[in-house]
Design a protein around this ligand. Structure first.
Ligand SMILES: *[C@@H]1O[C@H](CO)[C@@H](O)[C@H](O)[C@H]1NC(C)=O
Ligand SMILES: *[C@@H]1O[C@H](CO)[C@@H](O)[C@H](O)[C@H]1NC(C)=O
Ligand SMILES: *[C@@H]1O[C@H](CO)[C@@H](O)[C@H](O)[C@H]1NC(C)=O
Ligand SMILES: *[C@@H]1O[C@H](CO)[C@@H](O)[C@H](O)[C@H]1NC(C)=O
Length: 366
């Protein structure tokens, strides 16, 4: 080959490298442990001799996760429950937004949108990791797992002296540690070169998984019960209790709103794009790619688009027709709405209601 040919080839390779570096759509594993939310998982003791072993049945596990599955088979059902809780909460928090956390019917669970390192992806990783901490901590308390029991958290200093500490608490300590092993396993197995786009995505996932786990851990609080003569509450027993998962969802939604944009720095670590802001703490969500607008159906980005979504004609927020339909306009139709009404209290003690039907306007994006 002559010199000119070599030069052209170099230029070509350089171009390919540049394009690969800027592309948002990385080839990430499409399978995820999230798919455990979609398959019913049975308790190990219900396994029939000769049936396929649990861990080979579960699709979407990475190598390390499969090993953990073999060691902790009784945990798997709760990981599935945790993923389910996380997905449900995600759908609740995003019900009025263009991207509504909808799932697709395969092991990728959320489809191709998760290949973009966006805020939405950050939230999804955090809330599902949180779901696992929540489910495992509770399962420990309920005596469902062989390797953990009630919380052994130390008595809080500020607990009044005459209150008893030591009811059976949610074991958030164990839940946090197990979720860290299990959820992060798939990220830690990867061996991408430092500074590569894939590596920065791995770092992003790890940070968001941690933020989700910490949310559950930090929101867990003291709960107490009264004892004593006819409810006099002269005696109290207290223990550590998980927060309602809705609280976790709301907390992480706030973290979503304030998520930090990051890029890979010179030393192969994530650094904040805008240095004027406070750097994110381990409780914060981070993202590395801008979000698509989620307006139109797009096979490449995995966006489902907002055609056919209900919107609110009078709202100026994300659920309003203007923003939800991305300016495409909307169709109006009438629908019957059934509700309980004219409720009356009857002595003693029940409430009787009527069923009312009204005609309401509905608006749907074009
Ligand atoms: C999962 O389903 C979505 C939408 O139906 C599709 O775009 C995607 O390619 C599928 N992924 C896999 C791994 O089958
Ligand atoms: C889908 O999204 C990609 C990336 O944003 C964009 O380049 C492409 O034009 C979109 N395709 C359609 C059909 O809108
Ligand atoms: C979420 O959006 C998709 C597509 O835009 C729609 O098919 C689905 O019904 C929505 N889900 C909910 C719970 O609104
Ligand atoms: C629509 O939005 C308005 C203003 O935010 C709100 O008062 C109203 O309750 C919403 N309607 C529905 C049906 O959600």
């Amino acid at each position: 080959m002559d010199r000119k040919g070599v030069g052209v080839r170099h230029l070509f390779l350089l171009l390919v490298a540049l394009l690969a570096g800027t592309s948002q759509l990385l080839v990430v594993d499409a399978n995820s442990w999230w798919s455990m939310a979609l398959t019913p998982i049975q308790r190990p003791e219900m396994y029939i001799i000769g049936a396929q072993p649990l861990c080979t049945q579960l699709s979407g596990l990475s190598q390390g996760q499969r090993k953990l599955c073999q060691l902790y088979q009784d945990h798997m059902m709760y990981i599935g429950d945790g993923a389910k809780t996380g997905i449900k909460e995600c759908q609740y928090q995003f019900r009025q937004r263009r991207w509504n956390c909808s799932t697709v019917d395969n092991t990728s669970v959320f489809g191709r949108v998760m290949q973009i390192g966006s805020r939405e992806t950050a939230f999804t990783y955090a809330i599902s990791a949180a779901g696992v901490v929540n489910a495992i901590s509770r399962a420990c308390r309920e005596g469902e797992l062989s390797t953990c029991g009630c919380s052994r958290a130390a008595r809080p200093r500020d607990l009044p002296r005459d209150w008893l500490w030591g009811g059976c608490g949610d074991n958030v300590h164990y839940g946090y540690r197990f979720a860290r092993e299990f959820v992060d396993a798939r990220e830690r197995e990867k061996n991408f070169p430092r500074g590569s786009a894939e590596h920065s995505r791995t770092l992003m996932n790890l940070q968001n998984n941690e933020a989700g786990r910490q949310a559950v851990y930090n929101l867990a609080n003291v709960a107490c019960k009264c004892h004593g003569v006819s409810g006099s509450c002269s005696l109290k027993t207290c223990w550590l209790q998980l927060a309602d998962f809705r609280r976790v969802g709301e907390f992480l939604k706030e973290k979503y709103d304030s998520a930090a944009a990051m890029r890979i720095g010179r030393r192969g670590k994530l650094e904040q794009v805008d240095k004027r802001f406070n750097p994110p703490t381990p409780e914060d969500l981070v993202y590395i790619d801008p979000s698509p607008d989620y307006c139109l159906h797009n096979e490449t980005t995995g966006s489902l688009g907002t055609q056919g979504r209900l919107c609110n004609k009078t709202s100026e927020g994300m659920d309003g027709c203007e923003l939800m339909c991305c300016g495409r306009g909307y169709d109006q139709f009438k629908m019957y709405k059934h509700e309980r009404c004219h409720c009356k209290f009857h002595w003693c003690c029940y409430v009787k209601c009527k069923r009312c039907t009204s005609l309401v306007d509905q608006f749907v994006c074009k």
